[in-house]
Design a protein around this ligand. Structure first.
Ligand code: 7PJ
Length: 298
């Protein structure tokens, strides 16, 4: 399967690692805008050296309870970096739900729009369907970042996440977006309880049944911290490396095509081990088929 994007057709027969580049004041800021830009660009280059296949640039924090960012501020953060990042030779994704940001980055040649609101903002569908080929990641979110964890979803979330994503994809396709441009994401942590997030991992097959590739983002999320806290691990997001890598590998093993991560180097290494094991499984299946063929031939 391929993911069609603006400039690249991304081969999803092996798992892809999307490296997170946050351009929020708390991530790179050391004063002036120019310094912030070169620090952010250095970070992009480092993620590529570490083995990232896709960069995901975001200018608005969507962590639970985060304050919204104005359109002007988001454009000021994201546009200069995207202008440079599209020269790095890999697909550039932009994490935004604002149609004006989508249009601005597509005009600069961005490859993918990663929308946590699944084109829910008025005008977003028009922007992406007006583009001939940009890739899309449509994510499920319950309520919005300010309130999602106060009243998380109720009960079995898998069927409702699936139905929501199916509808979002159908809506994009009926506006003219080709099926091959769309990837779906269950939105780990977006208005779900710890148990609900893990049920989305355990039952990823039900989401895959929609027939779209899946992208998942477990990296450093609090549900991981909730589990490792029972092992005495400190609660900070920085202590979630092993947990994040484990979740990424499990998601890939259960069929995810793309993992969105902070810790690219470690994830790439872990996925290489997963790949080596899978190759061995494949070659053993191949051997046993060849043996059976030989037996039937006589
Ligand atoms: C996700 C995202 C995710 C997609 C964020 C964080 C919060 N985009 N943007 N999927 N999470 N597609 O990274 O902790 O899970 S922001």
């Amino acid at each position: 399967m391929f993911w069609q994007t603006t400039r690249y057709s991304i081969d999803l027969t092996c798992p892809r690692v999307m490296g997170i580049v946050n351009v929020t004041p708390d991530s790179f800021s050391d004063g002036g805008r120019h310094a912030d830009l070169s620090a952010a660009l250095n970070h992009c280059e480092r993620l590529l050296r570490d083995g990232a296949h896709i960069l995901d640039i975001g200018g608005e924090s969507t962590r639970p309870g985060a304050a919204p960012v104005s359109l002007e501020e988001e454009l000021t953060r994201v546009v200069p970096l995207v202008r440079e990042a599209v020269r790095l030779g890999v697909p550039v994704s932009v994490d935004t739900f604002k149609p004006a940001v989508m249009q601005a980055v597509l005009d600069l040649g961005a490859d993918i729009i990663n929308d946590i609101r699944a084109l829910g903002q008025p005008g977003a569908l028009e922007v992406v369907s007006g583009h001939p080929s940009c890739g899309l990641c449509l994510m499920h979110m319950h309520r919005d970042p300010a309130t999602m964890q106060m009243l998380p979803m109720q009960g079995d979330v898998v069927p409702s996440v699936r139905a929501f994503l199916s509808l979002a994809a159908a809506r994009a396709m009926s506006a003219g977006v080709a099926r091959g441009r769309i990837v779906l994401d269950p939105g780990i942590g977006f208005g779900k309880t710890v148990a609900q997030n893990f049920s989305l991992l355990a039952r990823q097959a039900e989401l895959l049944a929609e027939g779209f590739p899946l992208l998942v983002g477990w990296s450093r999320k609090s549900s991981l911290g909730a589990v490792t806290a029972t092992q005495g691990v400190a609660p900070e997001a920085a202590s979630r490396l092993a947990a994040s890598v484990s979740a990424a590998v499990l998601a890939v093993d259960r069929g995810a095509a793309v993992v969105r991560v902070h810790d690219v180097r470690e994830t790439v290494q872990a996925l290489a081990i997963w790949g080596a094991m899978r190759e061995q499984v494949a070659s053993e299946i191949h051997l046993s088929i060849a043996k059976k063929d030989q037996e039937t031939l006589g």
